[in-house]
Design a protein around this ligand. Structure first.
Ligand code: SF4
Ligand code: SF4
Length: 352
């Protein structure tokens, strides 16, 4: 049994209350109670993680599944999630983990997790499935050990980390997929994710950028409630102006799940229009996700227009970059960070 970890990211308040500062909710928690995410508990005036060393899902995944398309392409990442989340997305495809209130999972201390990564020949570790902020101390202790072994670390996050939390993870974090929903529309967040204020997400992304973490932005396009092209344009412009035109921007297809099973999947034509808007704005690497075989899964060289990275689902089918990550046809420099791992796996391998 892995012992409970006393949280790093909290402040003590009067009357044995504590304030968690891991995510922008900054929950004030009475003695004996848990925060909004359900996995951080005030025990006698100090905050404890109930999911430290308690993963509920572990898989070896292709990095394209995160998605991270421009970071160590072709690599395999040991993917770890626990129960709990600081959002309540009504369509969450991992709802059985994220919305679980019972603390379930195996007992795996950080050192053992890094050994798993090596045994399954992973080049990195990804904290994913539920929101890694809610098990941030566990990610930290795994991440620091992983780095010592030459492995990289990535987050798949809703971007609700506080600046203090970003500073804490910057010791080991190399890359982050930041998941926007409905192009950041505040009303959508309130209604379908129980998130009162979206501003912290933008602040978090800027903090990550400041610390040179590789960032890819995803945007879930939800039919009827979150498919406004004006909102797509506004988010794309923000990315262009604050993060740069080379930032990968993934437009993800919604599929019905959890409490939103009555909605259809996003029409592919809607995603195509959203892609065109983002390209018009000037983003150079706009991709469609969750539509295997679509031409916008691929990357075309901004210099010569040729297809240089072919993808199908989670696999790379064509690679036309040289060792310096320049286009083989015209020499244009492509913002791939890290190196290409040829022959990487195209399907997830369940471990736990
Ligand atoms: S991580 Fe959990 S306890 Fe901490 S502020 Fe966020 S929701 Fe509250
Ligand atoms: S933030 Fe992610 S993991 Fe959490 S409920 Fe929303 S979709 Fe699920």
């Amino acid at each position: 049994m892995v012992s409970l970890k006393v949280e790093v990211l909290y402040e003590e308040l009067s009357g044995k209350r504590v304030r968690c500062i891991a995510c922008a909710r900054r929950c004030v928690i009475e003695e004996g109670r848990r925060g909004f995410c359900g996995v951080r508990e005030n025990k006698e005036g100090s905050l404890h993680s109930l999911v430290y060393g308690k993963p509920a899902a572990v898989n070896a995944d292709p990095i394209l599944k995160k998605p991270l398309d421009f970071f160590n392409p072709g690599s395999t990442v040991l993917s770890i999630g626990t129960v709990g989340c600081n959002f309540r997305c009504q369509y969450c495809c991992n709802w059985s983990l994220s919305q679980e209130t019972e603390i379930i999972g195996a007992d795996i201390p950080p050192k053992k997790m890094v050994e798993f990564a090596e045994r399954y020949r992973c080049q990195g570790i990804s904290y994913t499935y539920n929101e890694p902020t809610v098990f941030i101390e566990y990610t930290h202790d795994i991440g620091v050990l992983a780095k010592q072994k030459g492995l990289f670390n990535t987050y798949v996050t809703n971007g609700y980390l506080t600046p203090e939390a970003v500073e804490y993870v910057s010791e080991f974090l190399d890359a982050a997929t930041v998941d926007f929903k409905a192009s950041g529309n505040p009303e959508f967040y309130k209604r379908f994710a129980a998130v009162p204020d979206v501003e912290p997400i933008y602040e978090c992304v800027l903090e990550l950028k400041k610390r040179d973490v590789h960032i890819e932005i995803t945007n879930l396009v939800v039919p009827k409630y979150g498919d406004s092209l004006e909102d797509v344009r506004a988010l794309a412009e923000w990315i262009r102006d604050k993060l740069g035109r080379d930032t990968p921007f993934h437009l993800l297809r919604f599929h019905p799940n959890y409490r939103m099973v009555d909605l259809p999947s996003t029409p592919v034509s809607t995603l195509e229009k959203a892609c065109e808007v983002a390209m018009e704005v000037g983003l150079r690497y706009v991709l469609i996700g969750n539509v295997p075989g679509h031409r916008y899964e691929n990357t075309y060289c901004p210099g010569c227009g040729k297809l240089i990275i072919g993808r199908y689902g989670f696999a790379i089918s064509k690679w036309e970059l040289n060792e310096q990550n320049r286009c083989n046809f015209c020499g244009y420099s492509i913002p791939v960070r890290g190196k290409y791992f040829r022959g990487g796996m195209g399907l997830p391998l369940p471990i736990l």
